[in-house]
Design a protein around this ligand. Structure first.
Ligand code: NAP
Length: 245
């Protein structure tokens, strides 16, 4: 890992990944929608640079990818981190708008797929390269109150497995990082208390350690037992999670 490009790096997990890799001496290019915040982070991390990228916008993905190919030919790591989560209800008379129906699929899933596809020619040129997709424990067992978020992460989980298989004879390693509930801005505006959320620092310590081991699928904290439960007691764990929620 020499030069890393991270999406959605203006807060939470993406920002911390950028700071930690930067502090280890890696070259890091961060991206996001909030230029002021991107500039602030870069000013605190000498040598880090940024590019504006809304991952829900295919044209921006294409132009940023062209820029990376032209100006950062040594880019060897892509971290698909940008994500949004919304609570959506199909119960009442007022159904989600068409924008609400597509936002999470576009940002959390299609944006990753489009960026991977645009950057693969560059990544394949490197002797060793890595794609890291940040999915979620909710890819394994859905939380019914956030149905499209969970569907988008399940789609990313499935796509990551297929991509890994297809790229098995190339120089590109495909990694999936599945966080548990972590204290970040992801749930802002949802009015949901998060007493069980893992502190961000604790999550980052585990994630950085696990990433160094080189495993293809990285389950952090409670996601390990969630995966076992999803396999052996799928209905029970679904009911347990959703009755608590
Ligand atoms: N926190 C958790 O409990 C948890 C659990 C499992 C998985 N995850 C995953 O971890 C990843 C990071 O989330 P987080 O917890 O760090 O939440 P966060 O603090 O809200 O960070 C999300 C980042 O994504 C950016 N973003 C959102 N939509 C974007 C778009 N269209 N284009 C570019 N950037 C966009 C946000 O920037 P703006 O300020 O511009 O919106 C922000 O920088 C997400 O993929 C999330 O699903 C989080």
């Amino acid at each position: 890992m020499k030069k890393i490009f991270i999406t959605g790096a203006t807060s939470g997990i993406g920002e911390e990944l950028a700071r930690r890799f930067h502090s280890e001496g890696k070259k890091v290019i961060i991206s996001g929608r909030n230029e002021e915040r991107l500039g602030e982070i870069c000013s605190e991390c000498p040598g880090m640079s940024y590019v504006l990228l809304d991952v829900s916008n295919h044209r921006e993905i294409e132009s940023v990818s062209r820029f990376l190919m032209a100006d950062h030919g040594d880019l060897d790591t892509l971290i698909n981190n940008a994500g949004i989560q919304k609570k959506l209800s199909f119960e009442g008379a007022i159904l989600p708008s068409s924008e609400q129906l597509t936002a999470e699929i576009q940002t959390n899933f299609l944006g990753c797929v489009q960026l991977i596809s645009a950057l693969l020619p560059l990544l394949k040129r490197q002797n060793k390269a890595q794609i890291i997709n940040i999915s979620s424990g909710l890819a394994l067992v859905p939380l019914a109150s956030a149905p499209l978020y969970c569907a988008s992460k399940a789609a990313l989980h499935s796509f990551t497995m297929s991509l890994r298989h297809q790229l098995r004879n190339t120089s590109v390693q495909v990694t999936e990082l599945l966080p548990p509930l972590v204290q970040t801005n992801l749930h802002r505006g949802q009015n949901t208390p998060l007493p069980h959320a893992m502190p961000l620092d604790q999550f980052m310590d585990s994630a950085m350690n696990e990433l160094k081991k080189g495993d293809e699928e990285i389950l952090i904290g409670p996601v390990k037992s969630l995966k076992r439960a999803a396999r052996f007691l799928p209905k029970r764990i679904f009911m347990l999670m959703n009755s608590r929620a």
